[in-house]
Design a protein around this ligand. Structure first.
Ligand code: ATP
Length: 270
């Protein structure tokens, strides 16, 4: 598995610069529970530029603050346009598997409102699988609000599933246990210096996520031994890979910058 593109995207977002590249470009927007990420890639799928914001405009995969979401996408679009010196016109979005009808359409309306014509929509773990270039495997996407999986065989999607438990639930547990606000708990969780300390408190939620994924795979014996890749911001937690694997029953892989994998994949559908 080569993770070069993910490292590159992280570097571009952190530095606010663009990579030397020729168009045509493709754009992806990830409207998440905890953050919004806009990514531009070139024809070969190489990251060109990107920008992100922590924001709570979506809850459990559903757009709750339409105007707020639209304004953030507008800001990210303007930032990336300034970096690249071009206009971004079209882009793709993603939704948790099983999101239907108007809820699924909401993400498209958000980017349309921000001036990006929606040209594709994909399930979040499918986007992650695309970014990782997986032929056979199980991609688990643990975002803010949900844990979703995509199972791939010969590069084809076999099935997806989703449950409304994500990083937000870790923060809720921290908030209750340390008697701090949800916002303080979020900050505490993202502070890598505190990861060792908080692990025992959030471990039951991580174990629950592993159980949820095992349940989703029940009745699908043929995929039981497929490699498992865990992406999404929650996988940043130090010790997450080992603890999730222990609870899941076998080792799993966490790629670098797991939060950026799905956004990179969404752009590949742009
Ligand atoms: P969803 O896909 O469920 O709508 P999302 O797209 O916002 O949500 P991600 O961006 O993949 O999801 O991940 C967000 C989650 O990751 C949040 O719960 C956030 O607190 C958590 N997170 C982000 N950075 C870190 C970090 N450094 N350590 C621990 N958790 C982190």
């Amino acid at each position: 598995m080569e993770y070069e593109k993910i490292h590159k995207l992280h570097e571009l977002i952190a530095s606010g610069t663009m990579a030397e590249s020729q168009g045509p470009y493709r754009v992806g927007v990830d409207l998440g529970t905890a953050d919004v990420v806009l990514v531009v890639i070139d024809g070969e799928g190489n990251p060109v530029a990107g920008s992100m914001r922590w924001a709570s405009v979506v809850k459990d995969g559903l757009v709750m603050d339409f105007r707020g979401a639209m304004m953030i996408v507008e800001e990210l679009k303007a930032e990336v346009e300034a970096i690249m010196g071009i206009k971004l016109e079209k882009g793709a979005t993603a939704i948790p598997p099983g999101t239907m009808g108007r809820n699924a359409q909401a993400c498209n309306h958000v980017i349309a409102g921000a001036g990006i014509e929606p040209v594709g929509q994909v399930d979040e773990p499918v986007a992650a699988a695309k970014a990782l270039g997986i032929e056979h495997g199980i991609v688990v996407d643990i975002g803010g609000g949900t844990t979703g999986i995509a199972v791939l065989k010969n590069g084809e999607l076999m099935f997806t599933a989703d449950e409304p438990t994500g990083g937000t639930h870790l923060s809720l547990v921290l908030s209750g246990s340390y008697k701090i606000s949800f916002e303080e708990a979020e900050l505490m969780k993202r502070d890598t210096r505190r990861h060792k300390e908080i692990m025992p408190t959030v471990l039951p939620v991580i174990e629950k996520m592993a159980t949820l994924v095992n349940d989703m795979l029940e009745g699908h014996q043929e995929y039981q031994q497929y490699p498992v890749y865990v992406v999404g911001g929650t996988a940043y937690l130090e010790g997450f890979e080992a603890e999730f694997g222990k609870a899941f029953g076998r080792p799993v892989h966490v790629p670098p910058h797991p939060l950026l994998v799905t956004p990179l994949g969404i752009a590949m559908f742009g």
